[in-house]
Design a protein around this ligand. Structure first.
Ligand code: URA
Length: 194
């Protein structure tokens, strides 16, 4: 399983399927535990991720780590983290449809090889890659949907959105994320302790 994954990581490093290869420093394949029951899919690498070749290492990533740590989960023990796009879009703009299309096979292969039981779709871009719904993320975050290979998928807010919304009041994005991450932990425990 890891050999196959390594082949795909290597293919990403040399990929020229869309123009983003021209501006990348590194492609960003994944971080964390490949055989985890829990996969998080984000949007695309930002500046820090492009520099370091690892997903979610900037400010948003630090917040994401804290959110997981608040329920006792960590990327070194429990989670596999990857992105919808493996290369950074210039100025962190939204991925273009043709970039998503070019990159889709890599993400699909990660899901197909690893077959996580729980998939967190982090932010609206990751959500749109898997869920065909006219509803925005605010409406459907925190809900479980049927995913590939019998998995359950949940859209959650992107940490960058939480960085822009400081309030912790009941009903605020941060408060909602706290509800969602506790539900994720319950589902994860049910899988790992049964
Ligand atoms: N935002 C993402 O969606 N992914 C990263 O890897 C970093 C920031």
């Amino acid at each position: 399983m890891y050999e196959e994954l390594e082949k795909i990581r290597h293919a990403c490093q040399t990929c020229q399927k869309c123009p983003l290869w021209q501006t990348r420093t590194n492609s960003v394949f994944a971080d964390g535990i490949p055989n985890s029951k829990l996969m998080l899919i984000g949007e695309a690498p930002g500046f820090n991720e492009d520099q370091q070749g690892r997903p979610f290492v900037g400010r948003a990533g630090q917040l994401l780590d804290k959110i997981f740590e608040s329920v006792g989960l960590s990327r070194t023990k429990d989670i596999y983290i990857c992105n919808t796009l493996k290369c950074r879009p210039p100025d962190n703009r939204d991925p273009l449809p043709e970039e998503k299309a070019a990159c889709k096979a890599y993400l699909q292969a990660q899901v197909d090889i690893l077959k996580p039981r729980l998939i967190l779709l982090c932010g609206r871009i990751a959500m749109a890659s898997f869920l065909d719904t006219p509803l925005g993320i605010t409406k459907i975050r925190g809900k479980w949907f049927d995913g590939p290979h019998g998995s359950k998928m949940m859209p959650i807010f992107h940490p960058s959105y939480l960085l822009r919304n400081a309030s912790r009041e009941k009903g605020s994005p941060k408060w909602l994320m706290w509800q969602d991450i506790q539900e994720v932990k319950r589902a994860y425990d049910a899988l790992t302790q049964s």
